[in-house]
Every structure is written in structure tokens, then in C-alpha cells.
Ligand binder design. Structure first.
Ligand code: SAM
Length: 455
């Protein structure tokens, strides 16, 4: 790989003894990976069905290396079904360090397209509340689609700048991930065009933005909470120095060790903070494209500055603006066997909310919990998201060998013996739904997700 001279010089200074290994690693193909979505699938079964050569990564128990030349996995029916997420292996390390727990309140502040947010969701096992935020509207929509595909039911997807979110949710979260926008130096094997925009000036402007985002994240973390800061750059200005500056501004934080022994200690010669060695770097010679991960613990002191948040009622929530929620219940009791708890109907849209739902004044909310469907006149019309997250009692089961799965993903009508709404599953994992009558299933797979061509 041809590297600009100035880039090489700066990299040699940054990486020190690791520089020679870095240059050798750049001659190798990039690492690629996938992470099994344990909310919907079992790792062993999915790997068996994919029939790929895989090896577990050191960054996440559900993460696997795949062949870097493999193509078309994004169109695989099991990908459509949300059984796995394609993710660069070292990118999985940040959530492993965050160690999300079921029942917690967690924020992913820079979340699109959703690799790490869906990984957090898997660890939370559909309990507590995950706020996944993205500032760029188009990217926030992609985030929504990925959360829906992976069947996440405890998330709120927001499209806000960190300051606006900070005003709405002071001291609210137990854990926060700041996977910050950065100069992307760890991506150059996969995206060599990163080098075209590379400059030392850009590193410094990224540094200022990263500090600003971390300061806003601090507003939202409760005392005693923990925060992980990660980037996919190798720059000391955006990694070690950002953390050193943040610690200087916030004496109520300290770096804590990351239990998993991935990568190598961060470089203490790049800043004046001796504890920086507790943060980890992953270089291309360490099994991933490049990541920096630092885990910060906030001191647990008196909660005098923490506002009591106005929250939606925690349980048994049942609200309706049109008084027609019984249409939803009639539908639900016919096709699903569980009892959903926190239901709201807003202007005809029925949502199954996460078990905790904070009020979010001034924040643009794109999605909350599961989008169950719409009340249209005297009918309830279910939505795709409901079938991605929950299993209907009526499901057309297809195998990967069955050509009908590709016909379904193309939006075609299928033969079907059921009557009424019916889930469609591939290898036992729900991928969508349709409405059956007279031996035919009318396809409700969303137009924007359909494949073109295929087997
Ligand atoms: N965590 C994501 C994942 O795992 O899929 C990747 C996040 S990417 C490294 C950083 C994100 O920060 C981008 O989606 C970008 O749009 C967003 N971003 C850019 N400027 C921002 C800002 N000023 N505040 C917050 N987020 C910002």
C-alpha cells in the first residue's frame, strides 16, 4: 500500500516500536467479521447453516472472523432475518469493555449504523432501556432499520446532537458508549480513500469534537456510572490525549482496567497521564483493523445535582388517543401468545415500549420499542418490526434450501395453507410476514428491503 511520506512519519512517531509490525500488516488483506445476534439466533446453528470457515475473535464471545474475500453475505436470508451483523472484528471490543447488563439504562451516543448498539442490545437481553442516538438524520434511519432487523425491543432511537440529548436526560444513564467520529486511520486497508482527507490539522479538529462529545456524555452519566470511549483511529491526539484532557477537566473520573486482554496497552509516551496504560489499543497486527478503547468510571458521590426525571409510568402502561386500542388487542390475542406490557397508541400508531421510557423533551425520537402497527379505520394493520422481534403462533417455516425464501425476499406471493396474518421464518428465525387467504400469502416484506434477482 502506497502511504504519503508525512503519514508514515507521523505514524512512526505515534506507534514507536509497533510501527514496523504495522507497516508489514498493511500488506495483508483486511480483517472481516460477523457477530451472531443472540437475541434471535444460536451461534452454533447459524455458523452451521452459513457453512463458512470461521474462527472466534478475541474481542467478543459472539464475534467471528470470516474470509476477507467473501461477498454477498449482506443478501443472505439469515442476514435479512437478523441472525448476524457484519462487523469489523476489533470494533466489537468497545462493547465488551462496556459490559452492559440486563435491566440497565444505557446510552450509545454516536450509534449509526448500529454495530455496537445492536451488540449492547444483545447483552441487555431486551430488558432495561437502550437509547441509541445518531446526529445525522440519514444515518439515524439506517440505525433504526438495523435495530429493527435484529429484533431489538428495548431501544429508543433518537436523532439529536449530544447537547440536546444532555438537556433532556441529565444523570440518567448507568453506562454510556461514546464511539466517537474520528479521522478513521484504522480503516485504511478497507477504505484507502481515508488517506486523501488525512492531515494533522484534521486530527486536531477531531480531537476538539471528541472532547465536546465526551463533556456532553458526562452530563448524562449518573454518579458511579461508567463510560467507554472508543475510536477507529490510531492518532494519539484523538485517543490518549483526549482521555488525558478529559481526566484533567473531570477529576471525578478515573480510568479502570478492561478485563479482556485484547490488543495492547495504550501508549503512555503520547500523553502525561500515567494511568493511560489501562486503555487498550488494537493495531492491524493485533487481529483487527484498529481501535482504541478506554473505560472511565465516574465517582459515586451525593446525587445532589441529579434531576428527578419525569418518566412514563413504568408498568401496565396502556394509552390510547383514539380509543380503538381494542383493535390491536383483538389482533394480538389471535396471532401472538404472550402479553405485552407497555403499550401506547399515538395517532393510530401502536408501540410496545421498553420497560422504562424516559420523557424526552425537545428530542427527535425516531423509534421507541417495537413498532407494532397502525389502526386504520376499523382495522389493525401489523408492522414488519413486530414480526422481527416477536414470534407469531402462525409461522410459515422455510429452510435455506427452499427456493420460496428467495421468492419471499423478492416480494413475491407464496403458497400458504394458513389463514390471516402469518410470520415467515428461515431456519426458524423470523424474517417478515404476509397475509394468507385462499392458499396464497400476500407478501408484506417492506419494499425497501427486498432483494433483486437471486436464486
Ligand atoms: N457506533 C457506530 C457503530 O458501531 O455502528 C459507529 C459510529 S461512527 C464511529 C461515529 C458516529 O458519530 C457517526 O455515525 C457520525 O455521524 C456521528 N457524529 C458525527 N459528528 C458527531 C457529533 N458532533 N456528535 C455526535 N455524533 C457525531
Amino acid at each position: 500500500m502506497q502511504l504519503p511520506e508525512q503519514f508514515k512519519k507521523v505514524m512512526a512517531q505515534t506507534l514507536g516500536e509497533a510501527y514496523a509490525g504495522y507497516i508489514r500488516a498493511l500488506e495483508q488483506p483486511p480483517f472481516r467479521g460477523l457477530r451472531i445476534n443472540t437475541l434471535k439466533a444460536d451461534a452454533e446453528q447459524v455458523l452451521l447453516k452459513l457453512a463458512l470457515q470461521t474462527k472466534r475473535t478475541p474481542f467478543c464471545t459472539d464475534g467471528y472472523y470470516i474470509d476477507s474475500n467473501l461477498s454477498g453475505l449482506g443478501n443472505h436470508p439469515l442476514h435479512h432475518a437478523g441472525a448476524f451483523y457484519l462487523q469489523e472484528p476489533s470494533a466489537m471490543a468497545a462493547v465488551t469493555a462496556l459490559a452492559p447488563q440486563p435491566g440497565e439504562r444505557i446510552l450509545d451516543l454516536c450509534a449509526a449504523p448500529g454495530g455496537k448498539a445492536t451488540q449492547i442490545a444483545a447483552a441487555m437481553q431486551q430488558t432495561g432501556v437502550l437509547v441509541a442516538n445518531e446526529v445525522i438524520p440519514g444515518r439515524a434511519r439506517t440505525l433504526c432499520a438495523n435495530m429493527e432487523r435484529l429484533g431489538v425491543s428495548n431501544a429508543i432511537v433518537t436523532n439529536a446532537d449530544p447537547q440536546t440529548l444532555g438537556r433532556a436526560l441529565p444523570g440518567y444513564f448507568d453506562r454510556i458508549l461514546v464511539d466517537a467520529p474520528c479521522s478513521g486511520e484504522g480503516m485504511i486497508r478497507r477504505q484507502p480513500q481515508v488517506l486523501e482527507q488525512w492531515s494533522e490539522k484534521n486530527r486536531l479538529s477531531c480531537q476538539q469534537r471528541q472532547l465536546h462529545i465526551l463533556n456532553e456524555a458526562d452530563q448524562m452519566l449518573r454518579p458511579g456510572g461508567c463510560m467507554v470511549y472508543s475510536t477507529c483511529t490510531l492518532s494519539g491526539e484523538e485517543n490518549e490525549q483526549v482521555i488525558a484532557m478529559f481526566l484533567q477537566m473531570h477529576p471525578d473520573y478515573q480510568l479502570v482496567p478492561i478485563q479482556q486482554p485484547f490488543g495492547r496497552p495504550a501508549f503512555d509516551r503520547l500523553c502525561k497521564e500515567p494511568s493511560i496504560v489501562l486503555a487498550r489499543r488494537i493495531l492491524p497486527q493485533d487481529g483487527g483493523e484498529g481501535h482504541f478503547v478506554a473505560k472511565l468510571q465516574k465517582t459515586d458521590r451525593q446525587r445532589e445535582n441529579v434531576h428527578d426525571l419525569h418518566a412514563w409510568p413504568a408498568s401496565g402502561l396502556l394509552k390510547s388517543s383514539s380509543g380503538e386500542l381494542h383493535l390491536f388487542w383483538d389482533f394480538y390475542h389471535t396471532y401472538f401468545s404472550d402479553e405485552p406490557a407497555h403499550i401506547v397508541e399515538i395517532d393510530g400508531r401502536v408501540l410496545l415500549l421498553p420497560e422504562q421510557m424516559p420523557a424526552l423533551p425537545g428530542v427527535h425520537v425516531l423509534a421507541a420499542g417495537i413498532e407494532a402497527g397502525k389502526i386504520v379505520g376499523k382495522r389493525f394493520v401489523p408492522a414488519h418490526g413486530l414480526y422481527m422481534a416477536k414470534r407469531s403462533v402462525q409461522t410459515l417455516e422455510l429452510s435455506l434450501q427452499d427456493k420460496r425464501i428467495f421468492r419471499f425476499l423478492r416480494g413475491e406471493e407464496l403458497d400458504c395453507d394458513y389463514n390471516g396474518y402469518c410470520g415467515v421464518a428461515v431456519e426458524g428465525i423470523c424474517v417478515g410476514f404476509g397475509k394468507a387467504s385462499n392458499g396464497h400469502l400476500k407478501n408484506h416484506y417492506p419494499k425497501g428491503l427486498r432483494i433483486i434477482g437471486g436464486r
